[in-house]
Design a protein around this ligand. Sequence first.
Ligand SMILES: Cc1cc2nc3c(=O)[nH]c(=O)nc-3n(C[C@H](O)[C@H](O)[C@H](O)COP(=O)(O)O)c2cc1C
Length: 356
Amino acid sequence: MVIIMNTGEIILAPMEGVLDYPLREAITDYNHYDYCVSEFIRISDVIFPGKVFRREVPELKNEGRTRNGTPVWVQLLGTIPETLAQNALVAVRCGALGIDLNFGCPSRMVHRSGGGAAMLKNPKLIGEAVRRTRDVLPAEIPLSAKIRLGWENPDDVYTIYDEIVRAGADKIVIHARTRKDAYKAEEIKWHYITPFADKGEVAIVANGEIKDRESALKCMEVTHCPNIMIGRAGVSVPNIERHVRTGVPKFTLLESVAALVHFIDIMKTVLPEQYQMARTKQFLGYMRMVYPEVNSFFRDICHQTSQHDIDMIIDEVLREKRPVFIVDKKEKDAAVPPESAQGPDNPETDVTADIQ
Ligand SMILES: Cc1cc2nc3c(=O)[nH]c(=O)nc-3n(C[C@H](O)[C@H](O)[C@H](O)COP(=O)(O)O)c2cc1C
């Protein structure tokens, strides 16, 4: 039975190096996300020409939508309110349907310039960035701020929230962990979101550790927040929005492999082969979190040196010519290829995850 859940918005999260244009195109074909947010674009003291935004977020050439019509917002990461605002305006003139400002990226590289989660130490500057951006954007273009609860102390979120609301943001996406918490599952603090959802002053979106319908329901129950953003599980469960909203089962292993083939087909139109191979392995790395059976062919795939050979293995899996089974723990450890060949099967320890 299909039960439509009383959710608000379900948003596909930004994921630098993962949810890029081809994967957004592929994933949105299986879901009805309210919108997706692009990977962050780093803003320094330069105002980029439109072509930079169109290159980074190709959906802007399609009126800011994926081919199936899902709106795409552009995310900016920086520290200078004026250049954030002016770049946001350029992105909107190129077709962005909304702007999100990133105040949550935990990457050390990004912090060196004071951006991302480092901004959480300076709530006033966050407020200025939001105010200036809101001032220059047309009224009909929504502006959100994506935050963590704080740098180290989750109680900092109260001040950060106040600054953002006073500055006139339309929405706040709250990843319910501090920067120090990194991606530790046990550190998720959904209950910090509840008072803000209860206030109803501004739209709130809850984010972090939503993996399936059950965890989505739990998150909504704890936070009182009907809007959710889904990141990693948006990749490991390619139909998660449908699963959460309507209760249809998660894709089976073979359905997910078919989604991977769809992703590969899109990649072939826009990415060179070496990226196709790396991204195929990365996708399988995410799938392994949900389907341990992937281990039975993951090592083989990681040893291939051409996309054609990878495609052949995937084809055998799809045609059920290759037995797919759950390997036991010992075998599984042996099946894990050298780190360089791995996708981010565990984003908490993966270098890619350290970026965010
Ligand atoms: C590999 C990776 C890349 C990410 N890139 C971004 C990014 O570009 N911008 C951003 O705001 N958050 C980024 N995030 C954080 C996610 O948007 C999200 O807040 C986080 O993964 C928690 O949600 P989840 O538990 O549903 O994955 C990234 C996370 C990961 C694992």
